[in-house]
Design a protein around this ligand. Structure first.
Ligand code: SF4
Length: 364
């Protein structure tokens, strides 16, 4: 009987190495922004005249919209009465093709007619808001695919977060408004030279409680710690926070300053023609007035694979605009004062237009 040798024995099968569980990527440590020790937690005063007197610069943010212009008129009136108009600056964040036509020029005209000595325009560097949506989509896609790979899933099935801004992700304001306006603050502080203390900027913003639940929760006056640093303390003042629509229109009538025609067309908001926070009728109105911009939004919608607004695509907005154009025909421009009359009556509008023509020489 032959004895089996080692070579006759079946080869010992090495068990396959166990599949390694994917190692989840370490979450990036969140960058904590430290605020300079000189920046106070709360403003020392919330009294409007004291804040204006105390500031080195009073910077009025103007979108050219009705709230901005009512605030402009109110703040300028107070600054004038205090002999402090020389420190008032109006700043407009130019959004390029995505904002209503003529907005920058109107903001400049309003500032000049109100007697403000300085008007500044700032603009985000590089891509505009619509292009930023596509850039953001690209980044979100890479991130989602990478995360899917780490979970051992097919990256093609990765769910990509929406690239459009929304009320929950309002990156648009930070990118195209707040950020560029802070570059102006840097310039203004540099102009002051050495003060021996942080410069004091009083930033005036036309947000109102009546606009939304989120805005209702905002403080009327607070320290903007994000915009403050060792060289400047920025205090945010919302001068018209408690105002109603009617009060806003009354202030505009009183100021005699011209307002944007988009309101007479029926819009409630200005700034971006297609604002993610805008009501549906504003969006349809925008698509009727600026169809080429609506088409650009619709193309971006296809590229990024999500609707412009949750539950309402730009394609649908364009469809509704077309239906109205077909049934009503191209609308003629409503008379100047149409929007104002809704809130303060036709007699007050007639007085506003006569005074506007007499004081500013604008066509009545
Ligand atoms: S107007 Fe609307 S869409 Fe435009 S930047 Fe402001 S919040 Fe964003």
């Amino acid at each position: 009987m032959q004895t089996a040798t080692l070579f006759d024995l079946p080869a010992i099968q090495t068990p396959p190495a166990p599949l390694e569980a994917p190692v989840p990527a370490k979450p990036k440590p969140k960058r904590r922004r430290t605020v300079h020790a000189s920046v106070p937690l709360t403003p020392w005063t919330t009294v409007p005249d004291e804040m204006i007197r105390d500031a080195d610069w009073v910077v009025i943010s103007s979108s050219g919209g009705k709230d901005s212009q009512a605030m402009l008129s109110y703040v300028v009136r107070r600054a004038k009465a205090l002999g402090m108009l020389h420190k008032v600056v109006v700043v407009h964040a130019d959004l390029g093709r995505v904002e209503w036509e003529g907005t920058r020029e109107l903001a400049e005209l309003q500032a000049a007619l109100a007697g403000v000595p300085r008007f500044e325009v700032v603009q985000a560097k590089g891509a505009d808001l619509l292009e930023r949506v596509e850039i953001r989509y690209g980044k979100l896609k890479v991130k989602a695919e990478e995360e899917a790979r780490q979970r051992g899933e097919d990256p093609a099935t990765a769910e990509i977060a929406p690239a459009w801004p929304s009320s929950a992700a309002r990156w648009c304001t930070a990118d195209v408004k707040r950020g560029p306006i802070r570059t102006l603050y840097t310039r203004l502080v540099a102009e002051l030279g050495t003060l021996g203390r942080p410069a004091r900027i009083l930033e005036c913003i036309g947000q109102r409680a009546a606009e939304s639940i989120q805005r209702a929760q905002l403080a009327k006056v607070e320290i903007n710690r994000g915009a403050s640093n060792g060289k400047r303390t920025v205090t945010t003042w919302r001068p018209i926070h408690s105002w109603s629509d009617r009060t806003v229109w009354r202030e505009i009538a009183r100021s005699r300053l011209p307002y944007h025609p988009a309101y007479d067309w029926g819009n409630r908001r200005l700034s971006c023609v297609f604002c993610v926070l805008g009501c549906n009728s504003d969006l349809v109105n925008g698509a009727r007035r600026v169809p080429e911009l609506a088409a650009a939004y619709a193309r971006t919608e296809v590229k990024v694979g999500t609707d412009f607004k949750k539950g309402l695509s730009m394609a649908e907005i364009i469809r509704r605009a077309r239906v109205l154009e077909e049934t009503e025909g191209p609308a003629a421009r409503p008379p100047i004062g149409t929007a104002m009359a809704v809130h303060i009556g036709t007699a007050a509008v007639a007085r506003y237009r006569i005074r506007q023509s007499a004081v500013y020489g604008l066509v009545a």
